[in-house]
Ligand binder design. Sequence first.
Ligand SMILES: Cc1cc2nc3c(=O)[nH]c(=O)nc-3n(C[C@H](O)[C@H](O)[C@H](O)COP(=O)(O)OP(=O)(O)OC[C@H]3O[C@@H](n4cnc5c(N)ncnc54)[C@H](O)[C@@H]3O)c2cc1C
Length: 443
Amino acid sequence: MASSPPAAGADRPGPPGPEDGRTHDVLVVGGGPSGSACAYWLAEAGWDVALVERKQFPREKTCGDGLTPRSVRQLEDMGLTDALAGAHRYEGLRACGYGRQLEMAWPDHPSFPSYGYVITRHDLDQIVNDRATKAGATVWQGTEALAPILDGSPGGGPDRLPACTGALVKDKDSGRTREIRARYVVVADGANSRFGRALGTSRERDWPMGMALRGYYRSPRHDDPFIESHLDIRDESGAVVPGYGWIFPLGDGRVNVGVGLLSVSGRWKGVNTSTLMDTFVRTAPAYWGLSPETSCGPPTGGKLPMGLAVGPRVGPTTLAIGDAGGSINPFNGEGIAYGYETGRLAAAALGAALAGEGSAALDAYETTLADAYGLYYKVARDFVYLMSQPHVMRACIQTGMHSKSLMGLVLRVMANLMRPEELGVAETAYLALASASRLFPTR
Ligand SMILES: Cc1cc2nc3c(=O)[nH]c(=O)nc-3n(C[C@H](O)[C@H](O)[C@H](O)COP(=O)(O)OP(=O)(O)OC[C@H]3O[C@@H](n4cnc5c(N)ncnc54)[C@H](O)[C@@H]3O)c2cc1C
């Protein structure tokens, strides 16, 4: 049990055996973007962090594989600039809708680069998890957290997670179960978050929720310098539905093709995403060469818990991050950057707790989340409500598609690339939206 971190890079004990009885400083459940980033930042600071991941890397993960400048910034901060060299770098977004196309470079920003990458999660998640291991985290792959170990002390309640001091885990190969103990536990097990649910997390049912489906296709435009979004995807009846279709070039002969649908208060739940995907593939621009013949396999889908809709996220010894805390941006469905960011914020809070501040430091994590995303996500949720009205959505998109400068501002706001020190048109427009949003009840 460390009360202050050893110097980064100092000699560490090797990975403990299954029954070594050691109590780690932190146990992270899940090795996706949020869990691996959290483990990296904790290990880098010298803490004794263990991570369990139920799959073996590299592993498939259903995703659009799109990294925006916010994700790139986090990866570069983790020292992974060179590791991304083989990935497909792209310059901006091509928005398509109602027969028009607009190409927009990523806007300039003082803290974020003006490029992104498209890279499969098969490759990306292994890169980041390896980085955590190299920084000193103890990673057990093929190890599933079956149930939390609760210490029984008070601290839970409707707005708090209970005090958790480890997990009962199962090694997939041997089938053996064992306990891993830690002073603090991080829930990073993704959108379905069974471990989080066992601790009492739940999703605000009336808040927006995303559902998305993606598949890979071989394409002559696999190295296009723009990712492409279609803002007028249609159901079987030809009606435009809230959401978007995407084609993200991977640069390896393939493109990632998908559709995302936004459900608000259960509305649009009846829309069949498979049919939406079939229609999108059939009607996508011919230059991508999408067809059953170029398909690399059937599409797979998943949920996108967004706008901090999942909670509670804090308990006396427990934090929830990434999709397990509902941290996806409702404006655009981006979750990788917010997984990295919330993992990093959690690592900072845990570092303070371990250094002597104790549980109070974990409460600061929630305050930090509120400062970083609270109002922005409230505005985004209100935006999603508005967009779920077909006539509003149609009017907004049709207007936007006639003006590249207007859509450039929209891109800056929706990708959360506003400049904190500069009051440009996008920032001013956002502040006006935020003032209006404060007038609506919380949703
Ligand atoms: C179709 C689709 C397309 C998307 N496209 C994009 C995109 O282009 N760009 C973007 O930024 N975001 C995208 N997202 C969102 C993004 O995928 C998520 O926000 C992101 O993966 C969240 O990271 P995470 O670490 O919180 O969770 P995850 O990536 O889900 O990682 C959780 C990990 O925990 C492991 N795990 C689960 N349960 C246990 C357990 N009990 N014990 C041990 N391990 C466990 C899982 O195996 C997994 O590796 C998309 C999502 C979907 C569904």
